[in-house]
Design a protein around this ligand. Structure first.
Ligand code: ADP
Length: 159
């Protein structure tokens, strides 16, 4: 069975990677797709987010990285994915994720959203926290892969 894991991944964190790894153990193929959303300001371009993801998941053989525009359900149909993967952290994720999953179910009854609980060490890890820490020049070692830390450091380098 094919699963689609859509998200902003701006940038990919170890929390995302943990979800990807666990999904790759459950499903035959996992497509991780960067959502192109012109309304959302991102630090990294679509191509950069794809590249950072590609490097992070190189070790997982049944994982593919792509990007898409528009509705996740439409893209899932195109990829022949029967499942959408989402990660759940604190209770605060629950409300938004529940409403999104309900809307997606309404749009495509054949598609189900599967939630994987965050690993406890990543429960408070988010791309926005990582960007904030990078801006303040803090250590990102336990939060992102080294190539992501490097990309963040370069993005916030002074001068
Ligand atoms: P979006 O803009 O779609 O929320 P994100 O890149 O922020 O994109 O997140 C994509 C998915 O990964 C979401 O389901 C989010 O809840 C999940 N996620 C993000 N960070 C973590 C984490 N630390 N642990 C588990 N899941 C996470």
């Amino acid at each position: 069975m094919i699963a689609l894991y859509p998200g902003s991944f701006d940038p990919v964190t170890l929390g995302h990677k943990d979800i990807i790894q666990r999904a790759s153990n459950i499903f035959d193929k996992v497509i991780v797709a960067v959502a192109v959303n012109y309304k959302k300001q991102t630090l990294f371009t679509n191509e950069e987010r794809v590249k950072l993801l590609q490097e992070s998941v190189r070790e997982f053989k049944n994982v593919e990285i792509s990007q898409f525009e528009g509705l996740s359900v439409e893209y899932a149909r195109k990829c022949k994915a029967r499942v959408l993967i989402r990660g759940l952290r604190a209770i605060s994720d629950f409300e938004a994720e529940l409403s999104m999953a309900s809307i997606n179910k309404e749009l495509d009854n054949e598609l189900d959203t599967v939630f994987l609980m965050t690993a406890k060490q990543y429960a408070f890890l988010s791309s926005s926290a990582v960007k904030e820490i990078a801006r303040m020049e803090g250590s990102l070692d336990s939060m992102v892969d080294p190539h992501v830390a490097k990309a963040l450091k370069e993005r916030f380098a002074k001068g």
